[in-house]
Design a protein around this ligand. Structure first.
Ligand SMILES: N[C@@H](CCC(=O)N[C@@H](CS)C(=O)NCC(=O)O)C(=O)O
Length: 333
């Protein structure tokens, strides 16, 4: 996983693993917001007015952070408003690449071969990681934002609401405090927790990560025994954020990141929730198991040097472990 330094690509480590062996993720760099009238949002600068056809998303179907944005496009009915370029799932010495792979596309905007060219086009002296998702502005030829939690808020917020064909409020005012707390827990222990655990370079760092993760699973399983989704009978932002990690858990994180204290199927409510979210309209089409499995096992050569894909990575969410009557979806509360 390389990086750009002053606009030049280097196949070097990003120094996110600290001296004590802990993985600490660097912050995303582009933090502007699309708003209804183009005024500045909570961070960054203004000039990005919500308009159909103006914005573009760069994603990997393998990536849980980009998956958040793809789910919002699909579930909220925004696919006719924002078009998408999809990278090849296996990012190696040149980072993310546009190349032949089922479901992957060319760079539909600038015909780049590598995603780092998109960052350089936006900022010729950019220094930092080259990550997905990217929300790109065709009008100014710049990156609006490359932080998925903010891209979700934008797509699900007032800017895009008038353009959405099936808008729903995933951050309703009455649950915002609870959603913020859930997001913090889910991010720290699970979304980022799986990486923190899997990329650990000391036993202590690994144990800290895996313990926090399974404590969070225990707590969430209990909570999901009380209600269908995390804040009641409709999905909110935190349900989507949990889902993009849980759908990668059995095929990848359990083996690849050594998150193997228990399986997801050992948690009756969490697995029911995962399947319930998977079965929400528009969600299945966003899950690409081939991209997910190939990315993690073939690109993370430091932790899987021979690129061996474990047999258990092929998960059938409609199979007997998942569809037994006792884990059928709960009816709406
Ligand atoms: N905080 C970012 C993280 C995005 C991220 O790390 N994406 C990964 C893919 S799962 C990536 O592009 N990694 C490439 C790299 O680190 O070089 C977000 O939520 O948008």
């Amino acid at each position: 996983m390389g990086q750009l330094i002053d606009g030049v690509w280097h196949d070097t480590e990003t120094k996110e693993v600290k001296k004590d062996g802990q993985f600490v993720r660097n912050a995303s760099a582009f933090r502007n917001w699309v708003t209804p009238s183009g005024t500045p949002g909570p961070s960054g600068s203004g000039g990005f007015k919500a308009e159909a056809g103006r914005y573009h998303l760069y994603v990997s179907y393998a990536c849980p952070w980009a998956h958040r944005a793809m789910i919002y496009l699909s579930v909220l009915g925004l696919k006719h408003v924002i078009d998408v370029s999809v990278v090849h799932p296996v990012n190696l010495e040149n980072g993310w690449e546009f190349a032949d792979y089922p479901g992957a596309t060319a760079d539909r905007i600038g015909d780049a071969r590598y995603l780092y060219e998109v960052y350089v086009r936006s900022d010729p002296t950019y220094t930092g990681k080259v990550t997905v998702p990217i929300l790109w502005d065709k009008e100014t030829g710049t990156i609006v934002n490359n932080e998925s939690s903010e891209v979700m808020r934008m797509l699900g917020g007032e800017a895009f609401q008038p353009l959405a064909q099936s808008w729903a409020d995933f951050y309703p005012p009455e649950h915002q405090g609870e959603i913020d707390k859930l997001n913090d827990l889910i991010y720290g222990a699970i979304n980022n927790g799986v990486y923190r655990t899997g990329f650990s370079q000391s036993q202590e760092a690994y144990e800290t990560g895996v313990t926090a993760m399974f404590e969070a699973f225990d707590w969430l399983d209990e909570r999901l025994g009380q209600s269908r989704f995390l804040c009641g009978d409709r999905p909110v932002e935190s349900d989507w954020r949990l889902f993009t990690s849980m759908i990668r858990f059995e095929p990848v994180y359990y083996f690849h990141f050594k998150c193997n204290v228990r399986q997801l199927t050992d948690y009756p409510n969490l697995r029911r929730h995962t399947r319930d979210v998977l079965n929400q309209p528009g969600v299945r089409e966003t899950v690409h198991a081939d991209h997910i499995v190939d990315h993690y096992y073939l690109a993370h050569r430091r932790i899987n040097p021979y690129g061996i894909i474990p047999a258990g990575a092929a998960v059938d969410y409609d199979g007997p472990n998942w569809s037994a009557p006792h884990i059928e979806e709960k009816k709406a509360c």
